[in-house]
Design a protein around this ligand. Sequence first.
Ligand code: ATP
Ligand code: MG
Length: 699
Amino acid sequence: MKDFPLRDLNPAQQEAVVYCEGPLLVLAGAGSGKTRVITYKYAYLTKSKGLLPSSIFTVTFTNKAADEMKERIFKMCNGNWKNTWIGTFHSLCVRILRAHIDNIGYKRDFIIYDDDDQAGLIKRILKDLNMHEALCKCVVTKISNLKSNLITPEDYISNIEGYEFEERLGRIYMRYQNELKRYNALDFDDLILCVIKLFNENEDLLRRYSEQFKYILVDEFQDTNKSQYMLLQLLCRYHKNICAVGDDDQSIYKFRGANIHNILNFEKDFPDTKIVKLEQNYRSTKHIILASSAMISRNTMRKPKILWTERDWGEKIFYCQLNNEEEEAKYIAKNIKELYLKGDYEYKDFAILYRLVLQARALEEALRMEGIPYQVISGVSFYHRKEIKDVLAYMRFILNKEDNVSLMRIINTPPRGIGASAISKIESEAKKYMISTFEAIKRIIKEDTVSATLKEKLVSFVTLIDELSEKDYKDAASMIKDILNFTGYLEEIEEDRIQNVLEFLSSAEKMPVREFLDKVALFSNVDTWENKKNYVSLLTLHAAKGLEFPVVFIAGCEEGILPYFKALEDPFELQEERRLFYVGMTRAKNLLFITSVKQRKLYSKVQKQETSSFIKDIPPEYCICIRKDYSTFAPNKKEPETSKIKPPFVIGCKVKHPTWGVGVVRDCYGEGDDLKVIVNFPGIGIKKLAPKIVNLERV
Ligand code: ATP
Ligand code: MG
């Protein structure tokens, strides 16, 4: 205990860290150090209790959160990190399944279907059953919900009450599961369900893992769904050493099956649970805490809690209503630029949060106009881009010839003259003989039932795949290189897509093929591709959970957007939307800006917008309304603030200082003898200088 830094924690956090005998639930508001408790507890268990890293099962919600957690833990402990179990539910389950899934009838080299693959398969099934493709999204959500509630196709079908849609859904679900099995593929929900099945059917395996995992740590517990909770319960069958931390006010993944009742049931399912509440917030200023607490207290379904902070009051929350989304974006970009130029913040300190992915477009444009570097964290993830998915489909098909979804993607990519009619012939052949699509192609070649030209194309495709499959690749990158060389894919795509493929290639170096494919498949669209650089972050409110930024903007706070229009009529959904807004507000450490617009172009229609009712829930004493009119704004016209700047020190110009060398001017104010220039000198930092006293030379 001597070398354990308990002094970094407040008494309640300490209590949560050192309590290790039996179930523990840490229920606390945003920014109160829940994640900190998890990381310190991990360190405490290994350092003071002598547990091996391999015996602590630590789960959190996103890969990004898991990586951050690993980083924080590694910093605190310097031990042997080879065999840690810190990750998302999905990634940890994949590890268990790779070792044992053959016990439940799959092969160990199963592939993982991401959202796109899943949609691809569902669309094919819909087509086959003569149903409209437009149903796909709805069907995917429904099936995923059934799965996360542990309802199998058989269970579902036997409980149908005769509605037509239910019957159809039952058929699609059954068919979907069968096809996945046939391709030896698992979707995200299966990853968890299969581990549950594995443990339920193999008591000795369960016993072995519960003996190995002597302690279970769960972050963001409020967002676990039924199947994830079931898995946790299984792992705790032989001991009750589990610590779950969560905040009921931040449960925002109901649409993915998250079950807020898990928090409420925890005490029932784990008798003698010790509950620790954390009430001190370390993240935000008083204004931010009081405003967000008042706002969320309007929800009725919640455990009341009081958050307080020792931090100062800070600035009030800035609320600004603008005319339209372009002006809103300009307002945000201008504010970022101004704050950046003042020198207190780097670009990575800013986040712009929004409810809908489509809001990003206007924001991106304004940032580009201002020359502000940014990265969109949610939206189409890097690995979901077409060019990357194409290459991935080749990789997956090379490893698994049953994978029809990947085959369909590559059969005519790059174009090789195998058109729609050829494909439908192949598919009907596959159906007729109940063989895989690839087998069907081979059969067609052998039987010689198509034209000579088509046959030639099919033969060369099969040869290509056979050649690519023969090799023993030393890493994923060498496989990608061969795919690109053999197919000539790069010649078919545009320059920026080529760059993406090359970036993808470099990320695959020195990684075993399977490990690489698992990593990529588990990369969901709430994860970042690269977050270390100095960029402003743009992300959805959902993706922002658990993160913190010194300056936060929440854009589009209007009725119909936040709260989203589908929630307006339903009090439960409305509460979920309010929690989402709460998550957004509580990401801010120092400054919080909220914006809305009077009219917005949505789905190519201009609509009148009303300010979000949530803003009205923020007491006026914590908020100031800013009036800005950007309707006359033109990119080159100077804003009043910047017109103060006098030549020769224009923002962005380089100057030379006698001691500190060359730096870049960030801001400039005052006149004549009072002129002050703020300069950033690389490696030295930001300095305020008076040209009257110091000789500053323009370079
Ligand atoms: P969220 O609800 O958003 O997930 P959280 O409860 O997990 O938040 P953390 O992210 O663990 O909170 O902590 C919020 C911030 O407060 C972090 O920057 C963390 O380092 C800091 N912090 C937490 N506890 C302490 C403490 N005892 N002393 C100093 N700083 C702390
Ligand atoms: Mg947290």
